[in-house]
Ligand binder design. Structure first.
Ligand SMILES: [Cu+2]
Length: 356
């Protein structure tokens, strides 16, 4: 039986069994028929027969009583309908269907290398994709890790033999500078993050010893095979600022502030470039630091190498992270100009800045 039935019965609207039967057939919520009944009921209040008997005093009293009754009845009916409407549109209870398993987010590959006087330790094969390379300098000299991608048909021996002919001799065609961790002081460590492509690589160190012999010629070179990625690739890391490199300058997206900063490096120039980071000794300039590497220079370089991002081909880039204490710093490019052989630093590719 409809829950409106008692209301409608009181209202005298259920005068025959047919009506009762029709309304009884409805569910616990009002049907369209019930709604129509309510409409009739409200309409009866405003235009009902009470008005016809309101001419006499008694009739007026009866009219008032009956009006109150009809008004109460109409309000009850509308409230009942509204309550049922709310119930019908309420949010259904959650079912016990298990939540779908979230797809794991691909993580950046982490690989670690160490450098000694004179060689590298670490993996000889890594998968392709976004990779954070950590390098620890466990030697007594300055070292870096320059990655060079070899074209098909060129071996690491071919590359080292070409480089051994010294500055000014042409490198094997088709090789690509592929980044890496830049120069670190003894005991220091750094990271470089890059989307490394499948292929054959050589990692090597161009830093010279006291006699001017580059470390790779002393054995500091190793092969690295990058295999095809086996799953979805990780996205690039978040960065705090960007350093855009060009021929021959650095452009910082914003000033570098104290603390740990992850810096995105891009090469928009024609030539290869690098972003070597050094904290300069008080009162020293970047040129003072460079002069300390000239043959016959006396004393240690006036600055602390903090890594950075090694030489990368035009259009390439990556990330490095460093902790900046208040002081004077410089970004320096040691890559040799393809025409003159002069380091890019000499052509103006030095950015000195102060962190306060
Ligand atoms: Cu450069």
């Amino acid at each position: 039986m409809s829950h409106l039935t008692p209301i409608l019965s009181q209202a005298g609207l259920l005068k025959n069994e047919n009506r009762e039967a029709r309304i009884s057939a409805s569910t616990s919520c009002p049907s369209a028929h019930d709604a129509m009944m309510i409409t009739i009921l409200v309409d009866s209040f405003f235009r009902g027969d009470g008005i016809q008997s309101a001419n006499s005093l008694l009739g007026r009293y009866r009219f008032q009583m009956r009006s109150t009754f009809w008004l109460t009845l109409a309000v009850l009916a509308v409230l009942a309908l509204a309550a049922c409407g709310d119930a019908a549109t309420a949010t259904p209870r959650p079912t016990s269907t298990p939540a779908p398993t979230p797809t794991p987010v691909p993580q950046i590959n982490e690989v670690s290398f160490a450098v000694i006087d004179f060689g590298y330790t670490g993996p000889s094969s890594i998968p392709a994709g976004m990779t954070r390379i950590s390098l620890a300098n466990q030697g007594q000299e300055l070292h870096h890790q320059q990655l060079i991608k070899l074209p098909d048909g060129t071996s690491s021996e071919d590359l080292l033999a070409a480089f051994a002919q010294g500055p000014g001799s042409p490198p094997p065609p088709g090789i690509e500078s592929a980044g890496g961790v830049s120069v670190l002081a003894p005991g220091g460590s750094g990271t470089a993050t890059l989307n490394i492509q499948p292929g054959n690589y050589v990692m090597l160190c161009f830093v010279p010893n006291a006699e001017g012999v580059p470390h790779f010629a002393l054995g500091q070179a190793a092969s690295l095979t990058v295999t095809e990625a086996t799953g979805p690739l990780a996205a690039e890391p978040d960065s705090d600022l960007t350093v855009d490199m060009s021929d021959f300058a650095y452009s910082l997206s914003e000033p570098i502030t104290a603390g740990v900063q992850t810096i995105k490096v891009t090469n928009g120039g024609v030539q290869d470039h690098e972003a070597f980071l050094v904290q300069l000794a008080p009162g020293a300039t970047a040129m003072d630091f460079l002069a300390a590497f000239e043959p016959g220079a006396q004393g240690p370089p006036p600055g602390l190498p903090l890594g950075g991002f090694q030489s990368i081909v035009n259009g390439g880039g990556g990330f490095f992270t460093a902790e900046f204490a208040p002081g004077n710093f410089a970004l320096i490019c040691f890559v040799e100009d393809v025409e003159t052989g002069a380091p890019h630093a000499v052509l103006g590719m030095i950015e000195e800045f102060t962190v306060s």
